[in-house]
Design a protein around this ligand. Structure first.
Ligand code: ADP
Length: 463
């Protein structure tokens, strides 16, 4: 199959979130599985300034680079739109011309396909920034034989970001006003770009199967649950893969001692290292909880904050790495002053320390209130660190009673009682060993998810 990935951020060129990881890794997995893939993204300033990759000029406004063996990544150049400090926003908020920028990107991407004669079977689009691709394809391009048979797959990475714009901006899209209605791009008097993607694409998916069901409910749908519900037969979920080259305890250059499932005893050296650098007592028999996260309500910090005093009074240790909301910074700092031998706080973004926490902790705490996919729990499983999660989204799909601890009522009491359960299980070495073994045996590689995407593309082709 010929697949064109339309994504506005792609690792290693530009990244603000998980979408970039997927858009960078999935094409490589698909290439390994024998598919023909190209990627199309804007030529941002960060890409222009990259020294370590080779970028070549294709034509006046198109450049390209190669990832993997032969996946071409095309960069669409428009200095007025993309030669800026950031991708989507500045300090004062979103760039005011985002609708111009990403409608331009979507049309230019479609035109490029014909110019390079890439007659794609599938256009795989991601999030609101490329959601106009399926809209333009159906509304403007499908009469052209070159585009007629192309199908679209649309992936939602976080339904909270929808690309909402004022009605007055609609003429910029150069689409018939008929499309400004409730069944298409209108949402309560505004333009909702994401909604356009959901209505016009052939197949919709999101980054875990549970999240694909959750976004069809009022609690998690951010107002688009009705639209998704109407299309429920075309909504699917595929868990993101993990980059096993980066997250591998047997080869990790950041950690004190590498280990694998067979040499799990060496994990203890990483615990000791983590305790040392976190200035916690060097105790082997006290369970060490790790957190690597944005300090945000979405990640469960409201119930953590409510319960933290009680948790610190248990026989545990806790290392937290993260930045985020000031109110959680304040609460956690207060706890560090109160319980300096129990809790250690690192308020920064630090990749090396993140690796050390995944490797050195016994339990990984990730009680997110909602979680489209989540990486932290998958990384910790790989490092023999038992995840403790709230049953939602990708957490529900990857963590079970066999490899971790799961609670299903989102409140402080259930969080605390599950932590107590984990602390007591930790005392039973044989049981703990079984949990570790089950976690380390899980496979969240891109190979597995790549195969699922191919099956999804086939479904789209059959539409
Ligand atoms: P989200 O993308 O919603 O923040 P994920 O669990 O999908 O959450 O991914 C978060 C990723 O960012 C993980 O790989 C995690 O290790 C990393 N991360 C989060 N905060 C930090 C931090 N302060 N320092 C280093 N890595 C971090």
């Amino acid at each position: 199959m010929k697949i064109a990935m339309c994504a506005t951020e792609v690792v290693p060129f530009a990244k603000t979130g998980g979408l970039a990881d997927v858009a960078g890794a999935l094409p490589l997995a698909l290439e390994k599985l024998g598919e023909e893939v190209i990627v199309i993204m804007p030529y941002y300033r960060t890409v222009k300034n990259m020294k370590q990759v080779k970028i070549e000029k294709l034509k006046e406004d198109v450049f390209y680079s190669v990832i993997g063996k032969g996946v071409k990544v095309y960069f669409l150049d428009n200095p007025g739109y993309f030669d800026r400090d950031n991708l989507y926003s500045e300090k004062t908020g979103d760039y005011p011309d985002n609708l111009d920028r990403f409608s331009y990107y979507s049309r230019r991407a479609l035109n490029l396909l014909k110019e390079i004669k890439f007659k794609a079977d599938i256009l795989h689009c991601h999030d609101w920034q490329s959601a106009l691709v399926p809209v333009y394809l159906k509304a403007r391009y499908s009469r052209d034989p070159f585009y007629k048979d192309m199908k679209t797959v649309f992936t939602i990475h976080n339904i909270g970001y929808q690309g909402l714009f004022k009605q007055e901006e609609f003429p910029k899209l150069d689409l018939n006003w008929e499309l400004f209605n409730m069944e298409a791009l209108e949402y309560y008097g505004k333009i909702n770009v994401l909604k356009g993607g959901l209505v016009f694409s052939d197949v919709i998916n999101t980054v875990s199967s549970t999240y694909s069901r959750e976004i069809q409910t009022k609690e998690f749908g951010f107002g688009l649950e009705g639209v998704l519900n109407k299309r429920r037969d075309s909504v699917f979920g595929i868990i993101n893969g993990l980059d096993y080259d980066i997250w591998n305890p047997a080869k990790d250059r950041f950690i004190a001692k590498t280990f694998n499932a067979k040499s799990i005893a060496d994990k203890a050296k990483n615990k000791e290292d983590l305790q040392k650098l976190s200035k916690l007592p060097l105790k082997k028999d006290v369970p060490l909880f790790g957190i690597v996260s944005r300090l945000a309500q979405q990640k469960g910090f409201d119930i953590i904050a409510e319960g933290i005093d009680e948790i610190c009074r248990m026989k545990v240790q806790m290392v937290i790495l993260g930045t985020g909301d000031q109110k959680y910074h304040d609460i956690l700092e207060q706890m560090v002053r109160k319980y300096p031998k129990v809790i250690s706080l690192h308020m920064k973004f630090d990749d090396a320390l993140a690796h050390k926490i995944y490797a050195g902790s016994d339990i990984f705490l990730m009680p997110s209130h909602y979680e489209p996919c989540g990486l932290g729990q998958m990384i910790s499983l790989r490092y023999g660190t038992i995840p403790l999660v709230f049953k939602t989204g990708g957490l529900a799909d990857t963590v079970t009673g066999k490899n971790g601890f799961v609670f299903d009522q989102y409140n402080k009491e259930d969080l605390i009682s599950t932590i107590k359960k984990a602390v007591s299980a930790y005392k039973d070495a044989a049981k703990w060993g079984r949990l570790i073994a089950a976690g380390m045996a899980c496979n969240f590689s891109w190979d597995a998810s790549g195969k699922e995407y191919i099956a999804l593309y086939k479904k789209a082709k059959a539409k």
